[in-house]
Design a protein. Structure first.
Length: 85
């Protein structure tokens, strides 16, 4: 969703910066277009970075023998971590 939103901001900003040719009192349409272009680029970059982040899931198995019964006990713990360094 963020990449699509960034593309939308780029398109609207480009239209406002380069295609519109009218003046409003106290409003610079071209400057608003350039601001939207910058925001679109930033949103796209943040979207790409968040998609490329790797998630790591680690399963830890603990095996023990119950001394009273002699049964084998297996415990599993799963941890989800962020990107590896």
């Amino acid at each position: 969703m963020s990449i699509g939103g960034g593309i939308f901001l780029l398109v609207v900003g480009a239209i406002m910066a380069f295609a519109l040719d009218f003046q409003l009192v106290g409003v610079d349409i071209q400057l608003i277009g350039y601001i939207l272009l910058g925001a679109g680029v930033l949103v796209i970059l943040l979207g790409i970075i968040s998609r490329l982040r790797r998630h790591r899931v680690e399963s830890i198995y603990t095996v023990a023998v119950d001394p009273a019964t002699g049964e084998r006990i297996v415990r599993r713990r799963t941890e989800e971590g962020g990107p590896e360094n």
